[in-house]
Design a protein around this ligand. Structure first.
Ligand code: CMC
Length: 438
């Protein structure tokens, strides 16, 4: 797929600096979003732009995902997240993101077959797991194992134009859940469970996580459906921190494995995917210490200190309820009720926190609503997934998005190596001082 090209410029923005005025084209995306194209700004004027956090900066055009943060809209390749969550399994959404269309039956069958064929990891890679110390964070293991794939499967770094489905991408999609489940098994000291060709993507993952020689585990269809839904909710979110990292690493010509490994590290941060772990830790702290602490947590969150923020709240793009959080909340409450955990105290605290925060003028004025991470952790916990695996679950979900963006960037003829500029504010030129005179 080639990246969508914006409509030809209709308007121009005038920039006056000193005695001269330049005009820059205004581009319009397919949903009416507008951007001023400043690609010749420095050449024309000698100026650069300064935009910490890239709050106003578009780094590319893309035809993968559309978000309207003011109206709470999220669409992948034109399909709403609500429709995809209701009608699809995770792998269908992965296919849509990576290949640009929903698969027909035949395409679906060959994609599923490929998924099965590539689900194992090289036997020698198993030894890597054995050498991680007890307590190693699964995100560190995941990132290291993904970049290690490039040494075990070097031949698949090249894209084969005759392959209808990119083999590197398929292998990575299939193997990531195996690596994730193996890292969990290693952390609890149980033998690894191999993937089975008789199970779906999500069933396989749950089976590799929870079955053992002494536990004849059968994945519960209710849990399998919920897992599919949560992975769909995570599948892509345009130019977020980890996806931008994947694109920028890929722009240097680095392999898909290296780029995704870097993306996993970016996702790990508590302001990004690591928030789902931070949310549950916050809720458990409230439960453990004092139920009345909800008010104190809200009061602390208003101190405008990054360390005391209400985790799972706020978003750079959404200034209304995150549409993913809406679905996550529904699925989470339904799942807990089906699992006989209707009165889960953690869910009750989360709902009380949400209600009180949404009624508070601090959160209202700043348009801070629950984000996707607020309810997902509660559901993962109910599925038996340990807290330190929550961000790994996010990574499994986000993988198709990362792959789609890495490929889009590679195929875009206008693609350049990602290389922002800066304004230097350090010392000006000064004479060197030999060591004995310092
Ligand atoms: N609790 C309390 N105050 C907050 C919060 C929060 N969770 N989030 C933002 N604010 C305040 C912030 O202090 C600032 O106030 P003021 O204007 O008075 O200085 C204002 O709201 C704007 O915040 P910002 O930091 O400029 O917003 P941002 O777009 O740079 O940050 C964010 C977005 C998601 C990093 C931030 O909202 C946050 O830290 N949230 C908690 C962590 C979290 O849940 N992250 C998951 C994000 S969704 C999944 C994903 O993409 O990974």
């Amino acid at each position: 797929m080639s990246a969508h090209r914006p409509s030809p410029p209709a308007d121009k923005v005038a920039l006056t600096y000193g005695k001269r005025t330049w005009r820059y084209p205004v581009l319009t995306g397919s949903e009416g979003e507008k951007a001023v194209d400043i690609s010749t700004l420095r050449q024309d004027t000698g100026l650069i732009t300064l935009d910490p956090g890239y709050v106003n900066t578009g780094a590319c055009t893309s035809d993968i995902t559309f978000i309207d943060g003011e109206r709470g809209i999220l669409r992948h390749r034109g399909y709403s997240i609500e429709d995809l969550a209701e009608h699809c399994v995770f792998l269908e959404v992965a296919y849509l993101l990576i290949l640009g269309k929903l698969p027909n039956r035949q395409e679906w069958q060959s994609f599923s077959d490929l998924m099965n064929r590539h689900s194992m990891i090289h036997e020698d890679m198993r030894d890597f797991f054995l050498n991680y110390p007890e307590g190693a964070h699964p995100m560190a293991v995941l990132s290291a194992m993904v970049v290690s794939l490039s040494s075990f499967y070097p031949e698949i770094e090249q894209e084969d134009p005759n392959e209808p489905i990119d083999i590197t991408a398929t292998r990575l999609l299939s193997k990531l859940r195996t690596i994730a489940a193996f890292s969990y098994k290693k952390s609890i000291g149980e033998p690894f469970v191999y993937p089975s060709c008789r199970m779906s993507y999500c069933e396989n993952f749950l089976n590799m996580m929870f079955s053992s020689p002494v536990n004849d585990y059968t994945p519960d269809p209710v849990v399998v459906r919920a897992l599919n839904l949560f992975l769909i909710l995570h599948a892509d979110h345009e130019q977020n921190c980890s996806t931008s990292v994947v694109r920028i690493v890929g722009s240097a010509g680095s392999s898909l494995y290296a780029s995704i490994s870097a993306g996993i590290c970016a996702l790990w941060g508590p302001l990004h995917g690591g928030a789902n772990q931070a949310v549950i830790e916050m809720l458990e702290r409230i439960l453990r210490e004092d139920r009345g602490k909800v008010d104190k947590v809200i009061a602390r969150a208003k101190q405008r200190d990054a360390r005391t923020r209400l985790m799972g709240f706020g978003h750079r793009i959404y200034k209304t309820y995150d549409p993913r959080a809406k679905i996550a909340k529904e699925v989470c409450t339904r799942l807990l009720s089906r699992l006989g955990m209707r009165n889960d105290p953690i869910l009750e605290i989360a709902m009380e926190l949400e209600e009180k925060a949404l009624a508070d003028s601090y959160f209202q004025e700043r348009h801070l609503y629950p984000n996707v991470d607020f309810y997902t952790g509660i559901a993962y916990r109910a599925m038996g997934i340990p807290t330190n695996m929550f961000t790994v679950m996010f990574a499994i979900g986000r993988l198709p998005g990362w792959i789609a963006h890495w490929m889009e960037n590679r195929r875009d003829p206008r693609q350049k190596i990602g290389r922002p500029r800066q304004i230097y504010v350090g010392p000006t030129a000064r004479p060197f001082i030999p060591m004995d005179q310092r």
